[in-house]
Design a protein. Structure first.
Length: 503
């Protein structure tokens, strides 16, 4: 993350009261999530594409202040200066230009930044076109899929101090502010820090400070209950974009955060990192990552959401930034990336969430698995519960301890059955159990397992509940009990069954 960067103009109003005026204007005109979506008839503001413009022009044709703002900041279209002046009174277009929000172009005004409604915030960040200018290294990313994923997974319990590391435009810091006494947003990119400060003032977030620096340098003497990071995790041979390229070999940026963050966490504090990591041929990715956490004094849970071949990964990220590359330029850059991967033995690249919890004075555990196919946001309670359940599983490694424990089915468990027509009426063909919120794990279930689950009401120990099952199967208890214990552990791990105290 050691980049040299030239700064752009400061994003700020000369009259500080203009932050309140702009916020009031956007609220008054309806420039917020739901009303904008209703106006343009699109489910996802981040999904607006150039080929949507004919339809959006039709839906924003009245000349109302809301329609003008949508065209200017969401569709990135020029608007007549006279119309904008009228729409934003008592503010002036000149004050917006001086603050770096817009540019003049003859009698028209064009947006200089994106201004996006997101979860009751208004967030300013760079237009993608800046990546084709000399300022491209300092490009500040906005609300993308990684932003939404991390916001849905961030643990939102009360925090004394929260750190957003690699904050960009500051959105994760702002989302954490309501459940934090104090929030710190850190980024090495001076342009990002300026935009984060602008956004903090615009959204009246007062319990935040925005600091410039590399990794933890600006907070060397501080400790936190929560650290959130969406760092420059892309594994590439380049250092062209601060938001994307960490400037370190392979996945060293993420590994550095993992190994440095424990000394900045209070006991029981969490760190959550959305990231990529290297997967090499013939080596277990889970074992490789487990080595990262040795000696950190933290319990760790890695959830892998996808794994892409090196070629697919390179192509995806090159297309992400090289919007106007000629075919020959793309091919040359692609070959450079693939040569880098071949040199380091990188076969594929994993992506997902790392969650760490400071837990000193005991044997720490490590867990790595695949994310469930379906997530119903927000999911932070599933992560917090997952840590409690894994703690419990460390106490019942012996089957006798598990058999003597008392369990309760999750209130979110659901049983689903499929039927097809048969000669005698409906014939059951499949049965599934699933969870209805958070991490929606799903698996096959036969009647015996379904009945075992519903009998887990916290009243009897597990050994009493499975005795009837074993008898009905006419099986040898010594042979089948270990298999049942293994199954019950999996049901606990995924949250179908809970220790009575968690239920």
């Amino acid at each position: 993350m050691n980049h040299s960067a030239s700064t752009s103009r400061l994003f700020d109003f000369q009259d500080q009261a203009d932050f309140r005026h702009l916020r009031d204007l956007l609220t008054r005109t309806g420039y917020m999530d739901s009303s904008v979506l209703d106006t343009i008839g699109i489910n996802d503001l981040q999904a607006i594409k150039g080929n949507d413009h004919p339809l959006l022009l039709e839906r924003t044709s009245t000349g109302s202040p809301l329609h003008i703002l949508i065209r200017l900041f969401l569709m990135e279209m020029p608007v007549e200066r006279s119309l904008l002046e009228k729409a934003i009174k008592p503010m002036t277009v000149m004050s917006w230009e001086q603050a770096g929000l817009v540019h003049y172009r003859a009698n028209e005004v064009v947006a200089a930044v994106k201004l996006l409604p997101f979860q009751n915030l208004i967030v300013a960040f760079d237009l993608s076109s800046i990546m084709q200018t000399p300022l491209r290294e300092n490009y500040v990313m906005g609300i993308g899929s990684s932003t939404i994923t991390l916001s849905n997974l961030t643990i939102r319990r009360q925090s004394r101090r929260t750190l957003d590391l690699g904050a960009g435009c500051g959105v994760h810091a702002f989302l954490a502010a309501p459940h934090s006494d104090h929030t710190v947003a850190v980024d090495i990119n001076p342009r990002a820090v300026q935009l984060a400060q602008f956004n903090a003032k615009l959204n009246a977030v007062s319990n935040i400070e925005c600091l410039q620096g590399s990794f933890f340098e600006p907070v060397t003497d501080q400790k936190f209950d929560l650290v959130i990071s969406n760092p420059p995790f892309v594994i590439s041979p380049e250092t062209r974009f601060i938001y994307r390229d960490g400037g370190m070999e392979a996945d060293s940026v993420t590994r550095k955060i993992v190994q440095d963050v424990p000394r900045f966490l209070h006991e029981g504090g969490f760190c959550q990192i959305l990231c990529n990591w290297v997967e090499t041929s013939g080596k277990d990715w889970q074992k490789r990552l487990e080595n990262w956490f040795e000696g950190t004094g933290c319990d760790a849970w890695v959830m892998r959401s996808e794994s892409l071949t090196a070629a697919t990964y390179a192509s995806t990220w090159i297309k992400h930034t090289e919007l106007f590359d000629q075919e020959t330029q793309f091919a040359e850059r692609f070959r450079k990336w693939m040569a880098y991967y071949e040199k380091l033995g990188i076969e594929s690249i994993g992506a997902g969430l790392i969650t760490m919890r400071k837990s000193e004075g005991k044997a720490n555990w490590f867990r790595a698995d695949e994310s469930p196919e379906k997530l119903i946001s927000p999911c932070w309670e599933s992560i917090a519960l997952g840590f409690e359940l894994w703690d419990f599983l460390q106490t019942v490694r012996n089957d006798n301890d598990l058999l003597n424990s008392r369990l309760h089915y999750s209130p979110d468990i659901r049983l689903e059955q499929h039927f097809k027509p048969g000669e005698q009426g409906w014939k059951a063909t499949a049965s599934f159990i699933s969870l209805s919120k958070g991490f929606v794990y799903k698996g096959n279930s036969d009647p015996l397992i379904a009945n075992l689950l519903i009998k887990c009401d916290g009243q009897k120990p597990v050994k009493d509940l499975i005795s009837d099952m074993i008898a009905s199967l006419e099986a040898d208890p010594e042979q089948i009990t270990p298999t049942l214990c293994q199954l019950i552990r999996k049901l606990i791990e995924q949250g179908f069954l809970l220790p009575s105290r968690q239920a």
